[in-house]
Write a protein that binds this ligand. Structure first.
Ligand SMILES: NC(=O)c1ccc[n+]([C@@H]2O[C@H](COP(=O)([O-])OP(=O)(O)OC[C@H]3O[C@@H](n4cnc5c(N)ncnc54)[C@H](O)[C@@H]3O)[C@@H](O)[C@H]2O)c1
Length: 360
């Protein structure tokens, strides 16, 4: 596994070209690395909590390079709304933004998805630079070009594929990230290991203590490896017609758990951690992975401080009933991502009776 030297650049190809992902400590304050991706007119979209930490740094970095304005939305999932999307479009119109305007998304997955969808829709698509500030957004949401806002009837119901111009991952921003949000991001990293990279999985097992201490070297390696993992999937399946679905490992259970707990009790990554254990237990019950695999995953999840068991308030029946509503279902069977080995995943249609085995 590669070790950190200064900053790293990973190029991610997509349908219309490619974009660089820069990974390094203190990159917001080093615009020389990424300034070539700016245009003359810039709108920074951030949210209030992130702004309190990083608005001054981004303003300092941009001053003298372009004309820019900063717009901040309230922190939290509720900002992925039609109302906030519309407010961004209003702001772009009021600043007389032209087709060459560049948006910058400075924040976690919420800001990235919201600003990304605004960029996808304004004038049929303008440039966006993603500066993800949560571990989840750095290893997952900012890579791959999916953007979305929520509809009152469902999460991410309104969205578009819109590749960023560049992604700037400043690992120094993780220093201020609350503990639960940091650990929630680790769940997606564990997912990459479980579905496609046994070496990453074993490395995470060995580095759990370093990750718990947010050790800089361990983080650099974790983020670089995760970006490569997400890249390799989205490059082969940009629009999620096949292989990209493997990234939903643990997510069908997770979405049901999140919905049943009103998106307020569990962080997405925490629900994914529980969902991955359930999916692995089911894979084990079906004889696809050796006995003990689910226990091994559970141990890693617990060692990085994530929950591994369903909240007692949620019954298997309720969870399965809710899974039926998942938008990725086809032909009344529930399509789950299961393991065929630790480090290898498959999409499998499952009946509800089969899914119940995950809870035994
Ligand atoms: N587009 C995709 O491919 C994709 C993939 C995964 C998730 N998502 C979306 O991402 C969202 C979740 O993202 P998230 O977990 O980053 O949530 P988030 O953006 O709400 O951030 C989590 C919390 O961390 C705070 N925060 C962010 N950066 C901080 C920092 N550096 N220091 C201190 N506090 C900071 C925020 O204020 C917030 O309270 C969901 O809406 C999900 O649908 C999108």
């Amino acid at each position: 596994m590669s070790q950190h030297t200064d900053h790293k650049r990973i190029d991610v190809p997509h349908g219309q070209g490619q974009y660089p992902v820069f990974i390094g400590q203190g990159l917001i304050a080093q615009p020389a690395v990424w300034a070539e991706h700016l245009s003359k007119q810039v709108l920074v979209i951030t949210e209030d909590d992130v702004a309190s930490h990083y608005q001054a740094s981004i303003e300092q970095a941009l001053s003298g390079l372009c004309a820019f304005e900063v717009m901040s939305v309230p922190a939290g999932e509720a900002s992925k709304s039609v109302a906030q999307w519309s407010a961004i479009l209003d702001r772009l119109v009021s600043m007389n933004a032209q087709r060459d305007v560049t948006l910058i998304a400075l924040g976690g997955g919420v800001v990235g998805d919201l600003a990304g969808f605004a960029a996808a829709s304004y004038m049929r698509g303008v440039s966006i630079i993603q500066i993800p500030t949560t571990l989840l957004a750095q290893v997952d949401a900012a890579i791959g070009g999916k953007t979305a806002i929520n509809h009152p009837m469902g999460k991410n119901l309104i969205g578009a594929f819109h590749a960023p111009k560049a992604v700037i991952i400043d690992t120094a921003t993780l220093a201020t990230l609350p503990d639960r949000d940091y650990r929630a991001g680790l769940a997606e990293v564990i997912k990459y290991g479980a579905i496609g990279d046994i070496a990453l999985f074993e490395w995470l097992e060995a580095q759990a203590d370093a990750l718990n201490q947010r050790d800089e070297m361990a983080l650099q390696t974790t983020i670089e490896t995760s970006v490569e993992a997400k890249k390799s999937v989205v490059v082969r399946d940009e629009k999620e017609s096949g292989e990209r679905a493997l990234l939903n490992f643990g997510h069908t259970f997770a979405h049901a758990l999140e919905a049943l707990t009103d998106y307020s009790t569990l962080r997405h990554g925490e629900a994914v951690a529980i969902g991955m254990v359930l999916a692995t237990r089911l894979s084990e019950r079906l004889g696809q992975v050796p006995n003990g695999t689910a226990e091994r995953l559970k141990t890693l999840i617990e060692n990085v401080g994530l929950p591994s068991e369903c909240p007692a308030s949620q019954s298997p029946e309720q969870i399965i009933e809710r899974m039926r509503l998942d938008k990725k279902n086809k032909d009344n069977t529930i399509r789950l991502v299961l393991l065929s080995a630790l480090g290898q995943a498959v999409v499998q249609p499952c009946s509800e009776e089969t899914i119940a085995l995950a809870f035994e």
